[in-house]
Design a binder for this molecule. Sequence first.
Ligand SMILES: O=C(O)CCC(=O)C(=O)O
Ligand SMILES: [Fe+2]
Length: 326
Amino acid sequence: MKKNEITPLTDLADFTGPIANIFQQPTTAAEWEQYVLSKEQVNFFHEYGYLSGVKILTEDQVDLLNEELVKLQSVNEEEKKLFYHYESNESEDPSKVLFHAIGGWRLTPGFHDLIWSPAYRMAAYQLMGEPFRFFHDQLFCKPAKHGGVVAWHQDYSYWTFTKPMQHLTCWIGLDDANKENGCLYYVPGSHKWGLLPITGLAGDMEAVRGVLNEEQNAAFDNKFANELPKGYASFHHPLMMHGSYANYSERSRRAVVLNSMADGTLGNTAGYERMAALEHFPPMPQDQVLDNQFFPLLFDDRASEIKNLLGSIPVLRNNAIQNASE
Ligand SMILES: O=C(O)CCC(=O)C(=O)O
Ligand SMILES: [Fe+2]
């Protein structure tokens, strides 16, 4: 046995705050101010269900995460056990590849500390309107030339093992993303369609069309190509219809996704139909508040240094996310 195979693994989930100096943390209201979204941005999210073009990472931070990503894509069996989900190739099309993994934050300092990125935390607070916790991260990587699709879907259709719906997704590019290499697409306003059934994530791009009415299907004519330089993010509502096409280009299209939920979100696993998919997730017992080390509190609006600032910045009203369809 090689030496590194017997070294006990460190589970970075044991650290409920940043462990390296990768993301400088603001200590005053003035330092937080640079990350505040405008009223127009917050209103745009409320109306259309997404907000694009928020800078989260510097070039150096992107490079660091991409170095760590190489390691995460070649983990040994022991390391793999820390992931909640790990598919080197989740694509249902044998001619394509889609790397999809959940839980990378437990393995490397960059992905661990990313969840405390102040730009992420401030924007997410404004769009959720209340203190929130980390739910989980995700990696979606499409190699050049034969990168697979992520079929049209709503995130909350996969998350009904938690309740109520008070979640938020942040998609962060680790490569420049455009139509050629399989950028994400949104259907603006689709967050008002209500919850739809699961129709598959990595097979038929258009499978969801079969459960939509005529008007909803027509809305795809206005789909928005979420082209972004690396290091930039888009946020989307848990009922937002989104997906991404294949990558036939000469460049990879890698991304890390942060999923958060309002503080107080409960487990809802009793009777959940897809329990096998949760085998490696932290336990989420029915009606129990998800507040342990696996769900760290990322933003507390009672923190003294920002309390005053928070009274003067645009924030979506509590429950705006739940009530978008009303
Ligand atoms: O990266 C992709 O293509 C899919 C991302 C996604 O489904 C998400 O951010 O929720
Ligand atoms: Fe998604």
